[in-house]
Write a protein that binds this ligand. Structure first.
Ligand code: IPE
Ligand code: MG
Length: 219
């Protein structure tokens, strides 16, 4: 969800205002994805690197995350199950309490599962999984590692980054090994339902062969 700051700067307003618009867009995107039949959606809300931002911006991002968790009715009405990935350490207690409550209350919803990546880093997730396996005296292999990620979800088919940068920035490094990548210059608050639909449609039509020859060999 990149580009909130630039969206705000272009409008001569504060970066926090951009994040506010970003939150609105996240809400929209969840509902659009549910409508389009996307079963799992991971949103990169706050990375382990985002702590380097000014404290006021960090506090603003946590406040907005709390606002997200305050929308329990909307999540319930739309069948949204919320799960969270990331390191709980250093996150404000009030945020953790709201988050835990939403995760608990929405656990049986089945329309769409939304994975909020909060204080998330892909490398840290892998290290954490390895340590879990060592502590449990289990073999370190791909299958066991996948099961030990912060949440046990299917691997992503498609990773979309808005805001013009073409990099993963420590997002779903292990699970995203075979994901299709889509980059758009559109700033996150400007993303439209049509553009998201077009990106997903393009991905749906593309051939995925996981390193094999797939059907292409017969064409
Ligand atoms: C949002 O966009 C990313 C989050 C931390 C939620 P940015 O804040 O990175 O926006 P730009 O890149 O400065 O425009
Ligand atoms: Mg950015």
């Amino acid at each position: 969800m990149d580009g909130n700051g630039r969206w705000a700067t272009a409008r001569n307003t504060k970066r926090t205002q951009g994040h506010q618009e970003g939150l609105k867009k996240a809400r929209d995107v969840i509902l659009w994805c549910a409508e389009m039949g996307v079963p799992y959606l991971s949103l990169y809300v706050f990375s382990t690197e985002n702590w380097k931002r000014p404290q006021t911006e960090v506090d603003g991002l946590f406040k907005l995350s709390q606002q997200f968790f305050d929308q329990l009715n909307l999540l319930e009405e739309n069948g949204v199950k919320v799960v969270v990935s990331g390191n709980r350490a250093k996150l404000p207690k009030i945020l953790l309490d709201k988050m835990d409550n939403v995760v608990k209350v929405t656990a049986n919803n089945t329309k769409i599962c939304v994975n909020l990546c909060l204080n998330y880093g892909g490398r840290q997730e892998i290290v954490c999984a390895v340590n879990k396996l060592i502590a449990e005296n289990k073999q370190i292999n791909e299958e066991n590692l996948l099961k030990c990620m912060y949440v046990d979800l299917p691997e992503p088919d498609l990773i979309v980054r808005t805001g013009g940068k073409q990099r993963l920035s420590n997002f779903l490094l292990f699970q995203g090994a075979y994901a299709e990548l889509a980059f758009t210059d559109t700033l996150w608050p400007d993303l439209t339902k049509q553009e998201l639909f077009d990106i997903i449609k393009k991905y749906s039509n593309s051939l995925r062969n996981f390193g094999g020859l797939g059907d292409e060999s017969t064409k």
